[in-house]
Design a protein around this ligand. Structure first.
Ligand code: PAZ
Length: 321
């Protein structure tokens, strides 16, 4: 698929994908973050997370979306933070977020109770207290979240549309290029391969009275190519490859490595992605498996993925020195 996008991707980005109004501001924030942590000798990982929204109309009523919840990206962010990395978390608006993801299925109102002090009139509002049993490990999780926030180790950046994702990833790559091989890109977002250019898009809501809908979509430029070659050529870059047919997965992962010449592909299958992935590099292939025993202990496969990749990143930095 790379052949479609490699010629002048920068030009295509500028011409066909609207630059978000806050792109420059966000780039400044990311540059300052990279500089601060780089100066402290810290490694910085840029994690992309969640799916992308591809509009069908300029005044968007309908859009194409995908399955990604953002869980892989959000949980990985926590393991990277625990490994001493500073994290730029480029995530889809309302997708799962580090630490709060642990409580995403819980209705907050079911975790709170109102306590009235003795003697208080029944009309007083009382004090709101948390039922800790409804929020497992909340004290520990909250403490860690606050530490990370106070120390400024996590920079969250949101995107919604494909255009925002592409431009903000480019800005991130340029911002992180200043710290060379200490930067890691962990591209776990599920990004659309197809889009409708603004010039081909109807302005108003597509009318069902016009009959069945036929749409023609273009290939999204393969942004991994300029990221590796031009924007952050010294960085340690990991892409993800998802398939539904396991028989083609490893071949596709190897082809991606051959095409883009980056450091690793994390290959996974939709149905088994929570318990099995293969980390493929040009010379190695490591199967990571979550056993039933691991699951019972509350372990997550992202812990293994992050351990594998942080070790490989250390070797990469050593070779670079
Ligand atoms: O976001 P999630 O936890 O539901 O799923 C993670 C994932 C499958 C999106 C990720 O592991 C992945 O493979 N991302 C790349 C998908 C692709 O474009 O091939």
């Amino acid at each position: 698929m790379a052949e479609h996008g490699e010629a002048n991707i920068d030009g295509k980005l500028a011409a066909e994908f609207a630059v978000p109004s806050h792109a420059e501001e966000v780039k400044k924030q990311m540059s300052a973050f990279a500089e601060r942590h780089g100066a402290a000798g810290r490694r910085v990982v840029l994690i992309t997370s969640g799916g992308t929204k591809v509009p069908l109309e300029s005044r968007t009523v309908r859009f194409l979306d995908n399955f990604s919840s953002g869980r892989r990206g959000a949980s990985s962010a926590e393991y990277f933070l625990d490994s001493g990395y500073a994290v730029i978390f480029l995530h889809r608006h309302r997708s799962l977020y580090p630490y709060t993801r642990l409580y995403s299925g819980i209705n907050i109102l079911d975790t709170l109770q109102v306590q009235h002090e003795d003697g208080a009139s029944s009309s007083s509002c009382g004090q709101v207290v948390v039922n800790q049993q409804a929020l497992p490990n909340i004290a520990k999780v909250l403490k860690r979240y606050q530490e990370v926030k106070e120390e400024g180790f996590l920079l969250p950046i949101e995107f919604s549309t494909l255009s925002e994702y592409l431009h903000l990833l480019k800005a991130a790559a340029q911002a992180l290029s200043t710290i060379g091989s200490r930067a890691m890109f962990y591209l776990a977002a599920a990004v659309s391969d197809f889009y409708i250019p603004a010039s081909d898009m109807p302005e108003h809501k597509i009318q069902s009275s016009n009959g069945p809908l036929q749409i023609s979509m273009k290939m999204v430029p393969k942004i991994l190519s300029p990221l590796v070659k031009d924007w952050a050529p010294q960085a340690f870059v990991i892409s993800f490859k998802l398939e539904t047919d396991p028989s083609i997965l490893l071949d596709k992962a190897r082809r991606a490595l051959d095409t883009y010449r980056h450091q690793a592909v994390v290959a996974n299958v939709l149905d088994t992605r929570r318990g099995y992935v293969v980390v493929v590099t040009p010379d190695t292939q490591a199967e990571l498996i979550l056993t039933d025993e691991d699951v019972n202990k509350g372990a997550e496969i992202e812990d293994q993925i992050v351990s594998n990749l942080t070790a490989a990143h250390s070797q990469f930095i050593t070779k670079d020195a």
